[in-house]
Every structure is written in C-alpha cells, then in structure tokens.
Design a protein around this ligand. Structure first.
Ligand code: CMP
Length: 228
C-alpha cells in the first residue's frame, strides 16, 4: 500500500483497529486528492458517488439559505470521515463540503465502501459510532439554540472550540480557528454584531483574550457558568 496512507488511516476512528492486511486493503481503495483553499468538494443536493477522509487541512460542511446565507454544520479535522450519508441512504448530499484551507483528502468510491461495510461488521459498528457522535453534537447544538441566550451560546462555542482545539498556555486554554467572525456568529445563531459585542464584553471581564484568530480562555469555570 502507499506507505504514507497508513498513519492517517490509523488515525481515522473508523479504521483505527484494523490489522496491517485489512488496512492495506482499505488503502488500495483510496485515491488521494489535494484541494486548494476555498474549493468545493461537492455541493448540497449533488448525487453521492464517494466518501471522503480528510488527511490534511480543514473542511467545512455547510448549508446555504435561499438568500445566500451560509450555516456551518461542522468543521472537520484530519482523520474525519464525511460524505458517507448519501452513500448509505442513496439520497442527495445533505450539505456541501468546502476546503477552508489547502487540504488533502482520500476518496473511496461508493461500491467499494459499501462492499467493505458488508464484509466487515466491526467497520459497520464503528461507522455507527461515528454517526452517533455526530448526532450527539447536533443534539447539543439544537439544545443550545433552544435554551441558551446569545451570551450563553457564545460561551458554549468558545468552550467547545477550546475543548476540541485548545492547548494549555500560560494564561489559560489557547486555540486558533480558521473561522471568520461571521462563521462563528452563524454557529451561535446570532448576528456578527451581537457575537462581536459579546466577545468584547467577555474580554473586558477577563474571561477571554482575543488576538485576531487566537483565543485564550482565561476563566473556563466562569464561561461554563454562563452556559447553564
Ligand atoms: P452526505 O450527505 O453524503 O454529504 C454531506 C456530508 O456532510 C454528510 O454526508 C456527512 O458526512 C456530513 N455532515 C452532515 N451533517 C453533518 C454535521 N452536522 N456535522 C458534521 N458533518 C456533517
């Protein structure tokens, strides 16, 4: 198998416990593709012909409203699988996938992916875990939109991103994001103006430090209190 694919396939939750022979079989099905920043891997409503594994960079999963507003459903990181839903149920793509930065993906054709699933019940169970995690995240997001005020939702987003991407630093938990303020605002279901105002307020209160796209959560306890 192409040597460089092995580590990244191992990092993909779906394939993490395959042995070398099984991994080689999967690697043989994969095609590697480089995607420039901003390019669209597929559009919402396209037919699903293959699934994808992100190996480098970042991809956003988005839906667009009729008046052109974009809503991010998910921001994917290396190791994440996407584009599997339309392969499973035969429906068109539920959302579009866009490279947020220069990225690399592996693609697996529909028939080959489905044959692997049919042949390997462990793989199918792992896919269920991936889908279940996503449903949990979506439920959490819906709950946050339904029950939290705008400041609470901003605090929840900061904590979620800190939990996912954050590294401990001298002053707190620091993370960087490729998302614009507008994209972050969309995720919290607020306008960019409200989102920015809440961020400034949190900065003034010493809860968070902001330096362009770098955020440091200085007081996670207090932020968490704002999400209940
Ligand atoms: P598919 O419907 O084929 O194409 C769009 C893909 O986006 C979908 O498969 C999933 O892989 C992915 N996707 C859909 N909803 C979400 C979500 N809420 N979070 C992350 N990824 C998603």
């Amino acid at each position: 198998m192409p040597h460089s694919l092995e580590p990244v396939l191992r990092r993909t939750m779906l394939f993490s416990n395959l042995d070398d022979v099984e991994l080689a079989a999967i690697a043989n099905l994969c095609r590697q593709r480089s995607v420039p920043k901003g390019s669209i891997l597929f559009y919402e409503d396209d037919p699903g012909t293959s699934c994808y594994i992100l190996t480098d960079g970042s991809v956003k999963i988005v839906v667009n409203s009729q008046d052109g507003r974009e809503h991010i459903l998910g921001l994917l990181r290396p190791g994440d699988l996407f584009g599997e839903m339309s392969l499973l149920d035969g429906e068109p793509r539920s959302a579009a996938a866009v490279a947020v930065e220069e990225s690399k993906v592996l693609t697996i054709q529909r028939d080959e992916f489905m044959s692997q699933l049919k042949a390997d019940p462990t793989l199918t169970l792992k896919l269920l875990v991936v889908l279940t995690r996503r449903l949990r995240q979506t439920d959490r997001h819906v709950e946050s939109l339904a029950f939290l005020s705008a400041p609470g939702r901003v605090a929840r987003l900061l904590l979620d991103l800190g939990g996912e991407l954050g590294k401990p630093s001298a002053t707190g938990l620091t993370f960087e994001t490729t998302m614009t303020r507008q994209e972050m605002a969309n995720l919290t279901g607020t306008s960019r103006e409200t989102f920015t105002r809440v961020l400034m307020e949190y900065q003034d209160r010493g809860l968070v430090d902001i330096d362009r796209n770098q955020f440091t959560l200085r007081n996670e306890t207090k932020l968490r209190e704002l999400t209940v």
